[in-house]
Ligand binder design. Structure first.
Ligand SMILES: [Cu+2]
Length: 81
């Protein structure tokens, strides 16, 4: 019920491939939004097992909130620079 690691540094301005590898019994996804309640920039499909490879559009430089839409405690950060 957590992202591991919970902070990611990525290059800004480039498409991203994000692999979510699922290691518990719950359903999860990955959503990315501007930090501080800003625009949602990506919402990934939910998966219940296995892994999924998300194609995330290029991010502008800055900090973003990473979260699972089903579990408010599942958060992390994406830093694009
Ligand atoms: Cu979740």
């Amino acid at each position: 019920m957590a992202f591991d690691p919970d902070e990611f540094r990525v290059p800004a301005g480039r498409p991203l491939a994000v692999l979510l590898r699922h290691r518990d019994a719950a359903i999860h996804n990955v959503a990315i939004s501007r930090e501080g309640g800003g625009d949602v920039v990506f919402v990934g499909e939910f998966i219940g097992t296995g892994e999924v490879l998300y194609s995330v559009p290029p991010l502008e430089p800055g900090r973003y909130l990473l979260r699972c839409d089903l579990h408010p405690s599942m958060t992390g950060a994406v830093v694009a620079s």
